[in-house]
Design a protein around this ligand. Structure first.
Ligand code: AMP
Length: 185
């Protein structure tokens, strides 16, 4: 069975942390578009210069830029038999492109994992994290973007959606995800 997986959840739900641990346990690469963008910014690449203002404001980087970056990354050898996407797709247009990249003939996505968590709890966690795009205004903006742009993916992927309670210790939550994945028919 392939493990082509997507992790979705509101900002602060612990997606990044969960993604690292899950990808390692499942033996698949962790592909985080946020991390890829941050690496470009850190390395001062042209792409980094182009995307910095979107990350700083909490808005989405234009789909054309994001989709091409993901297309390349998924085309690399280590992603042949599976991957865990973290932060992509962020809207249904990106999901359409992902479907097209993977092909729908049995090679599409295997599961979409939703981490659920309460919004007040999330704001608290994010403020404690202290990343440069973690000011309260930017956090609020990222949450609105999630509600408006990303949450529709839960309907888009309803046939392969696995919803997991994201509140709890890191190991506890990843065990819930692993259990839910192995309970798939
Ligand atoms: P994250 O690390 O997933 O919280 O992403 C940090 C920031 O990177 C977001 O606020 C966006 O500005 C940008 N970003 C990450 N993934 C995407 C994506 N799939 N589409 C557009 N922008 C993205």
């Amino acid at each position: 069975m392939t493990n082509r997986l997507v992790l979705v959840g509101p900002p602060g739900a612990g997606k990044g942390t969960q993604a690292v641990g899950l990808a390692e346990k499942l033996g698949i690469p962790h592909i985080s578009t946020g991390d890829l963008f941050r690496e470009h910014i850190r390395d001062s690449t042209p792409l980094g210069a182009e995307v910095k203002r979107y990350l700083d404001s909490g808005g989405l980087v234009p789909d054309s830029v994001t989709n091409e970056m993901v297309r390349e990354r998924i085309g690399e050898d280590d992603a042949k038999d599976g991957f865990l996407l973290d932060g992509f797709p962020r809207n249904t247009a990106q999901a359409d492109v992902l479907g097209e990249i993977l092909g729908q003939d049995g090679a599409g996505l295997d599961a979409v994992i939703e981490l659920k968590a309460d919004e007040d709890e999330l704001v608290k966690r994010l403020l404690a994290r202290g990343r440069t795009d973690d000011t309260e205004d930017v956090i609020r903006h990222r949450q609105r973007v999630y509600r408006e742009e990303t949450a529709p993916l839960l309907d888009y992927y309803t046939d392969r959606l696995i919803s997991v309670d994201g509140v709890g210790e890191v190991d506890e939550v990843s065990q819930r995800v692993l259990d839910a994945l192995s309970a798939r028919p």
